[in-house]
Design a protein around this ligand. Structure first.
Ligand SMILES: Nc1nc2c(ncn2[C@@H]2O[C@H](COP(=O)(O)OP(=O)(O)OP(=O)(O)O)[C@@H](O)[C@H]2O)c(=O)[nH]1
Length: 430
């Protein structure tokens, strides 16, 4: 299930966010519109059918009811007794009923009327019809003539015609009721179908919407988490750039920004720790190296040697040959120191004409020997060139990392001072 959702999401993410939002609107609007149109059509059709059905019921039953009423009146002698009263239009009524049945004969099934009930009504009418014709006309003169036995026979026939007519009405009513019941059932089924269709459509539309919204919200949240991690200083954090949409592009930009920031940070960190003139670590850089060496020696119970190196009478070089020559002299000293030290050793420019060398693993004696070698090497070179200065070095060393960087530097400084006091161009011992 989760894999399927992931697949759907990756398919969706091939579309841009804008297209996905348009799709979300379409997913909601299109099926709803179709359903609304279908619902309106169905309800309109149902209403029209109901209307037609009522109309038809009236058309079918009213002539029969009228005829029955008139026959009933004839039967109760009202019509025959009152000579002034006009005789109802029996011919018209029977004709109308005839037409009704001939219409029904062709279209009963079309009108959803049960054909059997209609056929029964029709045959009942056919048997009633001849009796009805002329009955009232016969009744009138018989009654006026006082022909009681003849009149009694007409009355019987009238009663029987009324019975037949009632049967016709009963059969037709049954047909109409059945049709109404079927129509109600159909209406119910259609309404159920509509409710079901609405439910399914809403469900599918909601699922589609959830998927589309998820395909936007999830990468936005992931981007947010990456930005949060980067903001908290975790420069290894990277956003997922798999998708080809706008959010994938933003993730790519964010990653590029993070990479540039890392590179820029490295450059600025390097610049912050590097001396611009000599290219050696500056005071900050060499102190960091000393701290690191002390921390490592504390773990291994090893030693760290420190050399504080000062250029002798550097002011004189500046004064005699100019500042540029002084800079060159400093660069030369930096080169000699770097080239003479071992791989793990580090040297940095501590102050104006002062250098600090950190010698991990070197005890006091080893540090002193290294200092002597450096001092000798510089003195030899300086002999041939008056612009090259000699060095005075102060030696100190710690064991097992017990001394702090400040204490070690202070000890090397004191040793340096002793070297200067002793006449320069030598190694002072702390
Ligand atoms: N050319 C140049 N001179 C510098 C630089 N930094 C510091 N100086 C100079 O270095 C000189 C340091 O002189 P001091 O510390 O007084 O001592 P010194 O002349 O070396 O004499 P001693 O240390 O007593 O042997 C000063 O004149 C500073 O102006 C730099 O980057 N370039």
């Amino acid at each position: 299930m989760k894999r399927t959702l992931c697949k759907v999401e990756s398919l969706l993410r091939r579309l841009s966010v804008g297209k996905r939002l348009a799709l979300a609107v379409a997913v909601l609007v299109v099926p709803m519109t179709v359903l609304i149109v279908v619902s309106v059509l169905v309800l309109e059709r149902q209403e029209a059918r109901l209307h037609r059905s009522v109309e038809e019921a009236v058309t079918l039953l009213v002539p029969l009811a009228t005829l029955e009423y008139d026959l009933q009146r004839a039967l109760t002698d009202v019509l025959a007794a009152e000579t002034g009263e006009s005789v109802p239009d029996y011919g018209g009524l029977t004709g109308a009923i005839d037409r009704l049945f001939s219409q029904l004969a062709g279209t009963a099934s079309d009108r959803d009327l049960p054909p059997q009930s209609v056929a029964r009504a029709r045959s009942a009418w056919q048997s009633a019809r001849p009796a009805i014709e002329g009955l009232v006309e016969q009744a009138r003169p018989l009654h006026l003539a006082g022909d009681t036995p003849g009149f009694a026979s007409v009355r019987r026939r009238l009663a029987s015609a009324i019975g037949d007519l009632q049967q016709v009405q009963t059969h037709l009513s049954t047909a109409i009721k059945r049709r109404a019941a079927r129509a109600v059932q159909t209406q119910q089924r259609q309404l159920e179908w509509l409710v079901g269709a609405w439910g399914v459509t809403l469900l599918i539309a909601t699922a589609g919407l959830v998927l589309i919204v998820h395909s936007i919200v999830r990468p936005v949240r992931a981007l947010g988490r990456t930005v949060q991690r980067l903001g908290a200083g975790d420069l290894t954090a990277r956003a997922d750039t798999d998708a080809g949409d706008e959010l994938g592009a933003v993730a790519g930009y964010l990653n590029a920004m993070a990479r540039h920031f890392v590179a820029w940070k490295r450059v600025t960190e390097d610049a912050a720790n590097q001396d611009a003139l000599t290219g050696l670590p500056n005071r900050r850089g060499i102190l960091a190296a000393l701290e690191a060496a002390l921390a490592a020696s504390a773990a291994t119970q090893g030693s760290v040697g420190v050399l504080m190196i000062d250029v002798d009478r550097f002011k004189t070089i500046n004064d005699q040959y100019g500042h540029a020559a002084g800079d060159q002299a400093l660069n030369w000293v930096a080169q000699v120191l770097s080239s003479q030290l071992r791989g793990d050793d580090q040297v940095g420019r501590y102050a104006g004409d002062e250098f600090l060398a950190v010698l991990p693993g070197a005890g006091h004696e080893e540090a002193r020997q290294i200092a002597e070698r450096l001092c000798e090497r510089v003195i030899q070179s300086a002999r041939s060139d008056p612009r090259r200065p000699t060095l005075t070095l102060g030696v100190a060393a710690s064991r097992g990392g017990e001394a702090s960087a400040e204490a070690l530097i202070a000890a090397a400084d004191r040793a340096l001072y002793r070297g200067k006091q002793a006449g320069r161009g030598r190694v002072g011992i702390g």
